[in-house]
Write a protein that binds this ligand. Structure first.
Ligand code: SF4
Length: 476
């Protein structure tokens, strides 16, 4: 039996692609292993959004050179955005790589591995499926149901922010048909999944593919209506057993009044949104080509919070974008406070190949970027701590996703996405259930709680079965 291991860098889209890579390999008879040394196929699913992620890949490939020298029969595969961006060039930089495969070519992987086994030379397959887009379907795992799952709605991006390489590595926008998306959600929910996250580079710009030409506004102004809001309504109606519905990553330009209204209407929509803003300065936002102003962003998130009381927001920020002055950065800090983000991913600007921002030059010194990032994190930490501490003593509903690392407690998330570690009574396994908890303590990024719901017979039964499975067989 051949074994594989997948190492994933980057965003949730990559995590989703990695699961699809695992599925196509398993359908071809491969089985997973956690041990790279015994793997017959090592897949590195890469990210090229930041320079740092690309450096990490090159350093990992350097380490794997020794592995390939010892195990020439094993195949080394590079997938994801760096694979798409570099293609054949990657084979020249790292000649011990056997297969370079773009995100749209995952179904071809088993065939390319068979070719490699029979002595075919290293190959790069990085063709976009622009005319006939393929969307890999997530399947419920028999015998090991997952609590949460991702479902792809669209891929690619037409926004063309000046710093971003995604339009190059993922191509232009292609949309999946609503009936396929809804069917996949229904099947996953019937298979035991409780929370679905809809995925797309600009997920809320989704359109029914047949209707894009007539319905999608050609202008770059903010669209006035949202086909995506209709999709959310269809999913909510078709999958009443779904506990929570999330989506990522939305673009602020497509947060229309209609989508905001859907948040008010649909209880299944979680009370949290990760809405990347990137800067608090209108001058920088314009140079980034984000196509909204700080005021428009604030106006939309204020309306969203009014539509769904209690909703929290997180975001992405870039510091040190070309030309960013101290005043611009101060505006970023003031926006973080004004919106009250409960968590934030901050990044230092780094140049990516071929992006329009290269024309500006990377003129903010590295030590200034470091200092701004540290100040940004300080404000973000202050807000996050205040938010988590405000929840101590409150009652929350948590979807339990499984055992915490270390196995002593369980962990899950509130509908606002706070991570909660909870203690359950002995012999109770609440995985896959929404339970009531009392928050006991706030940590740096998470909460500690105690389960207050009465355990159901199903929770005790699962715990008993797990106990039986875990027992070693002694004798016969
Ligand atoms: S919206 Fe902008 S940052 Fe996001 S993927 Fe598209 S180009 Fe990149």
């Amino acid at each position: 039996m051949k074994r594989y291991i997948v190492q994933t860098f980057g965003c949730q889209m990559n995590v989703h692609d990695s699961r699809r890579i695992e599925e196509v390999l398993e359908a071809s008879g491969y089985r997973p292993t956690d041990e790279a040394s015994i793997a017959d196929v090592i897949v590195v699913n890469t990210c090229s959004v930041r320079e740092k992620a690309e450096h990490k890949l090159m350093s990992l490939l350097g380490t794997l050179r020794g592995f390939k020298a010892e195990r020439p029969d094993a195949a080394l595969v590079v997938a994801g955005c760096v694979a798409q961006q570099e293609g054949e060039r990657l084979l020249k930089k790292a000649p011990h790589v056997d297969v370079v495969i773009g995100p749209d070519n995952i179904p071809d992987l088993p065939g390319l591995l068979r070719d490699a086994e029979t002595g075919a030379p290293p190959v790069a397959r990085t063709v976009f499926d622009l005319d006939d887009p393929r969307f890999l379907v997530a399947s419920p795992r028999p015998g090991r149901p997952e609590v949460t799952a991702f479902v792809t709605t669209m891929k690619g991006c037409d926004e063309r922010c000046t710093f971003c390489i995604v339009p190059t590595t993922r191509g232009s926008e292609r949309y999946r048909r609503a009936d396929q998306i809804v069917d996949e959600v229904v099947r996953l929910v019937e298979g035991g999944v409780k929370e679905i996250t809809l995925l797309g580079q600009t997920v809320n710009s989704w359109y029914e593919p047949e209707r894009v030409a007539e319905a999608k506004p050609r202008s770059k102004a903010a669209p006035s209506r949202s086909a995506f809001a209709d999709l959310l309504r269809r999913i909510a109606a078709a999958a009443p057993g779904l506990e929570r519905l999330r989506y990522t990553s939305p673009h602020p330009r497509h947060l229309t009044p209609e989508l905001i209204a859907a948040h008010a209407e649909l209880d299944v929509l979680a009370a949290h949104l990760h809405l990347p803003v990137q800067s608090g300065s209108n001058r920088v936002l314009r140079r980034m080509s984000r196509r909204y102003t700080r005021e428009e962003y604030v106006e939309r998130v204020t309306a969203l919070k009014q539509a769904k009381p209690g909703l929290t927001l997180s975001t992405d920020m870039i510091v040190g974008f070309p030309g960013e002055t101290e005043e611009d950065f101060e505006e970023t800090l003031s926006l973080v406070r004004e919106v009250g983000f409960v968590s934030l991913f901050g990044f230092k600007y780094s140049e990516r190949p071929g992006v329009p921002a290269l024309a500006y030059g990377d003129d903010v010194p590295e030590e200034v970027k470091d200092e701004r990032l540290a100040r940004l994190f300080e404000v973000a930490h202050e807000l996050q701590t205040a938010h988590l501490e405000s929840l101590v003593g409150s009652s929350q509903r948590v979807l339990v996703e499984g055992k915490s690392k270390g196995g002593e407690t369980f962990s899950g998330r509130t509908e606002r996405n706070e991570i909660v570690h909870l203690e359950a009574a002995p012999g109770v396994d609440p995985t896959g259930h929404v339970v009531d908890v009392e928050i006991l303590e706030a940590f740096k990024h998470s909460l500690r709680a105690r389960m207050t719901s009465e355990p159901t017979p199903a929770m005790k039964e699962v715990a008993a079965q797990r106990g039986r499975v875990a027992l070693p067989v002694v004798g016969a």
